[in-house]
Write a new protein. Structure first.
Length: 275
């Protein structure tokens, strides 16, 4: 009789422990799913950025998610469950991305390069931000007084100067933007063309991104992500958002271009042959 009672008690204990473990696992799974569900839509993500910039400009920044608890969280969790924007912008020290959008740790996947150009490394980083960090928006952020665009503009106007050997390949993507700006604004002479070239450089970079990244095109066409352009004013802190319809037109033009890249995924067979 005692043995039977003991067995019954043990069975009840095991059952309770299994039920508790199951509840704990369900809670973890639920928390994980909840975190994933908290990702905003592309339009909501853009609004979050706009609201953050408005706070920055008005001097009411909240400096969210910048405390010790967030750092601990960052050490334990995947950024892909939190980041809501991928932003490529210039390396210029006057463009502090997280500050101007009043964002915190794990909020923005940032890519910085002189002239906010989209060459292979930058496009690969954008693809990582969209396809692996799962950000619903990608912002191509130019800025006023851009030194890279200014240097290329002056070079095109015949007032260039000697550059270190690795700089010309870095900024050669900007020259088409400068020439397009000159064609569109023939009245602008000398440095007057620079503001127009800065905006044109945003559109050129977006086109370069679409031309070389089928993965980005696919995500945008599927409605899973948006690509938008913007200009940051270094003297006021304000971000001016460019026309979204222009991005749609660029995408349509690229889709009709026979020279666009077609294979979204890398050919890993070549990598394995090399090792």
């Amino acid at each position: 009789m005692k043995k039977t009672s003991l067995r019954l008690i043990l069975c009840l204990l095991v059952t309770c422990m299994m039920a508790f473990a199951g509840c704990k696992t369900s809670a973890i799974t639920s928390d994980k799913a909840s975190a994933m569900q908290q990702k905003p839509s592309p339009d909501q993500a853009i609004q979050i950025l706009k609201d953050g910039n408005e706070r920055f400009v008005s001097g009411t920044s909240q400096h969210p998610r910048q405390n010790k608890e967030r750092l601990i969280q960052a050490g334990k969790e995947d950024q892909g469950d939190h980041a809501y924007a991928t932003i490529i912008t210039c390396s210029d020290s006057r463009v502090p991305v997280e500050l101007i959008f009043d964002a915190g740790v794990m909020d923005i996947f940032v890519i910085r390069v002189a002239g906010n150009v989209c060459d292979t490394d930058e496009v690969g980083s954008i693809e990582y931000g969209l396809a692996h960090v799962h950000t619903p928006v990608m912002v191509l952020l130019g800025h006023t007084q851009c030194g890279a665009v200014t240097a290329v503009t002056r070079a095109v106007n015949g007032h260039g100067h000697a550059m270190e050997r690795n700089i010309p390949p870095l900024v050669d993507n900007i020259e088409p933007a400068v020439r397009h700006a000159m064609e569109k604004h023939p009245h602008a002479k000398g440095d007057e063309i620079i503001p127009f070239a800065i905006e044109e450089n945003v559109w050129t970079s977006i086109r370069d991104l679409f031309m070389t990244s089928p993965a980005t095109r696919d995500l945008v066409k599927a409605g899973k992500a948006k690509v938008v352009g913007a200009i940051y004013d270094v003297s006021t802190g304000k971000v001016s958002w460019l026309e979204e319809a222009k991005v749609d037109n660029i995408l349509k033009e690229v889709e009709a271009d026979p020279d666009r890249a077609m294979e979204a995924m890398a050919d890993n067979a070549h990598d394995s042959d090399d090792h």
